[in-house]
Design a protein around this ligand. Structure first.
Ligand code: S3P
Ligand code: PEP
Length: 439
């Protein structure tokens, strides 16, 4: 075991976390994955150049950049040393790539691309990892048909590989199920300005992950496109609007931030995240309020979030608006007294892995009692977790959340630490930086 971590950890089969007695650190978190994906997609449609500053450069966003390039409408330059991405229109229309596009397990990017492919000339085929080939897309495919686009799951199971025929985005009225993924709605909205006619999207059922749709509407507005809306039940985009692009700065990733806040919570220390505030549109900042309810203290600064740990008690919480920080809250709950009952999380079963199964299985390995149902999880606090070898299911969030437990509980070994590269390739360096106070 060593406390020295650099990017070499990404290629190790497993990594044992060194415990840490105390934490008082400021942590630089990479740019938001969701904003980077949105601004890249919009830049990929625009006929004006875009420069993204503090962009997240990770597996998912790089896959999206490559896919956009493959449509021929834009060139994408990535400067890894400065986290700047420049998207430059080529003057050519979007054309379906001759080869299928492989999107790994990048869920948001593939879903954004499915509607975008309806604007490209020819037949686009989008596919991904084995897990991606199980992730649900049928509601999006069904919603595209009334807008003129034929998008077909080639194996008939509603999942990739998916073929999209274009150019065909005529526009009009459609309905989309909101209860499985908000990404379907975001996908329809982001391409909507480029349809021939106005697009109106009605949401069927109660939309989950609502803040992600707020982020979409806000990012479109920052880019010059207005979305009219009736709460979370319908959204309209007038035809003919165009993304203005230009210079965009991406704020830090609230989901990535969550692991360091959890470290402060379970070590009763203090962590400061500059560049993001509790007023962010990113729903995952809601974790701060949850941790305060559990006994932590948080600031109300205008340029950062600081969280200080306290005596932790379990809470009841509906996390349907912040699904990606459920693993984070669950590991904090393991150190609280009393039970934490998390509801509204049925769609965790469709993420990079079945996160309800994964979190409960790995917490149980560590001696924590967890009850689950199809869409809830109850973590029984009060028994000291013990070290274990943690399976990570090719899921970055399982690896990162359980790594934080290793700061307090000796003997936590994270298998396949490289899986964090999906959203946070510098995670292990930042974790190591906690020990010096300047992550
Ligand atoms: O739109 C987005 O950027 C995202 C939406 C969420 O998905 P769901 O809407 O499927 O919950 C979230 O889990 C994902 O990591 C990113
Ligand atoms: C669910 C996630 O990502 P995606 O759906 O974009 O693959 C995630 O990052 O937690």
């Amino acid at each position: 075991m060593t406390s020295t971590a650099d990017n070499a950890v990404l290629s190790l089969p497993e990594w044992e976390i060194a415990t840490l007695d105390q934490v008082d650190a400021s942590v630089q978190v990479l740019g938001s994955k969701s904003y980077t994906n949105r601004f890249l997609a919009m830049a990929g449609l625009s006929s004006r150049p875009t420069t993204l500053h503090n962009a997240l450069l990770s597996q998912d966003t790089i896959l999206l950049s490559k896919a956009l390039r493959a449509f021929g409408h834009v060139e994408v330059d990535i400067d890894e040393s400065s986290n700047i991405v420049t998207v430059t229109p080529t003057g050519n229309p979007m054309t379906a790539p001759a080869r299928e596009i492989h999107m790994g397990n990048a869920g948001t990017p593939i879903r954004l691309l499915i509607t975008m492919a309806g604007l490209a000339r020819g037949r686009t085929v989008l596919t991904g990892s084995d897990r991606m080939q199980e992730r649900p897309m049928a509601h999006l495919l069904e919603a595209l048909a009334p807008l003129g686009v034929t998008a077909t799951a080639l194996r008939g199971n509603g999942s990739p590989p998916i073929a999209v025929e274009g150019p065909a985005l005529v526009g009009g009225d459609t309905r989309v199920d909101g209860t499985v993924s908000s990404q379907f709605t975001s996908s329809l909205l982001i391409s909507a300005p480029y349809a021939q006619n106005d697009v109106r999207v009605e949401i069927v059922g109660d939309l989950l992950s609502k803040p992600y749709v707020d982020m979409t509407v806000e990012a479109m507005k920052r880019n010059g496109v207005v979305v009219e809306r009736d709460g979370y039940t319908s959204f309209s985009v007038a035809a003919g609007q165009r993304y203005q692009a230009g210079q965009v700065t991406v704020e830090p990733d609230a989901s990535g931030m969550s692991y360091f806040l959890a470290a402060a919570a379970i070590l009763r220390g203090r962590v400061r995240i500059p560049g993001i505030t509790r007023a962010s549109v990113q729903g995952d900042v809601g974790l701060v309020d949850a941790l305060v309810r559990m006994g932590c203290t948080a600031n109300a600064d205008t340029d950062s979030i600081t969280l200080e740990g306290g005596a932790l008690t379990g809470i009841d919480i509906d996390m349907s608006n912040m699904p990606d920080v459920v693993p984070t809250l669950a590991i904090v709950a393991a150190y609280a007294t009393g039970n934490t009952h998390i509801t509204g999380i049925g769609n965790l079963r469709f993420k990079e892995c079945d996160r309800i199964d994964a979190v409960s299985t790995e917490l149980r390995k560590m001696g924590v009692t967890v009850d689950t149902t199809i869409d809830t999880m109850t973590i029984h606090g009060g028994s000291a977790p013990r070290g274990a070898v943690i399976d990570t299911y090719d899921d970055h969030r399982i690896a990162m959340a359980f790594a934080i437990m290793g700061l307090r509980t000796p003997g936590v070994v994270i298998k396949d630490p490289g899986c964090v590269a999906k959203s946070f390739p510098t995670f292990w360096q930042r974790l190591d930086g906690l020990r010096r106070g300047d992550a």
